[in-house]
Write a new protein. Structure first.
Length: 146
């Protein structure tokens, strides 16, 4: 159980790197072009975030490490549902174009979910990841494990 958190966190970090590489590197992008498989790394990223939250809630950590792990897990877990809700609300805004109040409500929500998924979640994850990585390395240096 002691190694479960670091391993889960490193897999989460690896899936984040792969998801970002999928958008910016042409060879990886070509693997998923034309299919819904491009959503798979994003879904894995979110499921690993949910797993990290569950494992964190069951174990006791030092307060600072727990905050960084929760920030990473919550940001990762919220990313994929935010993308899905953004697309659903965008479709609802297009469908309800004639009903003004519902159209504006759906527009406001889809913009909110878009900004949350594209800016807030990745920045929150990176902040938590830097904090956790720094904590792990400083803890290993103090114990002279490296």
């Amino acid at each position: 159980m002691k190694q479960k958190i670091p391993r889960l966190f490193w897999w989460l970090l690896l899936s984040f790197i792969f998801g970002v590489a999928q958008f910016f590197l042409e060879p990886i992008r070509e693997l998923f072009r034309g299919t819904f498989l491009f959503l798979l790394p994003l879904a894995v990223f979110s499921f690993l975030g949910f797993g990290l939250i569950i494992v964190i809630r069951r174990r006791k950590f030092k307060n600072r490490l727990k905050k960084f792990l929760l920030l990473s897990g919550v940001s990762a877990a919220a990313f994929f549902p935010g993308v899905v809700f953004h697309n659903l609300l965008y479709a609802l805004a297009i469908i309800t174009e004639k009903i003004q109040i519902l159209h504006f409500f759906a527009e406001a929500l889809h913009v909110t979910f878009f900004l949350t998924s594209t800016i807030v979640c990745p920045l929150g994850f990176l902040t938590g990841a830097v904090g956790v990585t720094g904590y792990f390395f400083s803890h290993r240096i103090k114990k002279r494990i490296i």
